[in-house]
Design a protein around this ligand. Structure first.
Ligand code: 5GP
Length: 191
């Protein structure tokens, strides 16, 4: 997606530990026009999948999922990272390993909002080691729903998540895949 790649080149900042900071348009300030194009592109790529629900992870996934959902005309469900009194006791849980924090954390979705037979599109901002997506997949599997696709805005192709998930047969569409992230140069895969 040309528009997205241009934006990454113009405004993305490389941080220590191969982290790409895109706070100016995705993770802090949000470029709504760009997100709108991202939403349309996800619709184009997954239009024949009969999606019934979009699932994402709070916080960064929500805005992307919500804009995309307007094109799919389906609800968005976001997995919660914190336990809350308001959250139903009846939840599906997944476990996510964070490499940056070197620890596991739990994510949860109320059983009210995911059902057997739902065709789920999972959306997230980044794909690095694939742990967030695996945690969300656990939840989809626990609900006996179908994970029909995963839409990623930025995949860091030099980390192992993409190959791990594709090898597991998961249908992933990443709008920009970065093959190398150097101080002075970002190289995209031609996709
Ligand atoms: P994974 O679970 O695939 O290892 O990591 C994906 C999650 O970590 C994403 O949901 C995202 O929030 C965060 N993440 C991983 N790499 C980056 C990065 O380079 N930049 C930003 N902003 N977030 C990242």
């Amino acid at each position: 997606m040309h528009l997205l790649k241009e934006k990454i080149l113009k405004e993305g900042k490389r941080l220590e530990g191969n982290i790409l900071k895109v706070d100016s348009f995705l993770n802090h300030q949000i470029d709504v026009a760009l997100l709108n194009e991202i939403g349309k592109e996800f619709k184009r790529r997954f239009q024949d999948k009969n999606i019934t629900k979009i699932l994402t992870l709070e916080v960064s996934g929500i805005a992307i999922a919500v804009i995309a959902a307007q094109y799919f005309h389906v609800p968005v469900v976001f997995a919660k990272k914190t336990e809350s009194k308001n959250l139903d006791k009846e939840v599906y849980e997944g476990s996510v390993y964070s490499f940056t924090k070197a620890q596991h954390y739990k994510i949860r979705v109320s059983k009210e909002y995911l059902h057997k037979g739902d065709n789920i599109l999972v959306i997230d901002d980044f794909l690095a080691n694939g742990q967030a997506i695996l945690g969300l997949k656990e939840i989809v599997d626990a609900a006996d729903a179908n994970l029909v696709g995963v839409g990623i805005v930025i995949e860091k192709g030099f980390q192992k998540g993409g190959s791990l998930l594709r090898a597991a047969g998961i249908n992933i569409e990443s709008l920009a895949i970065i093959d190398s992230l150097e101080e002075d140069e970002i190289v995209f895969r031609s996709n």
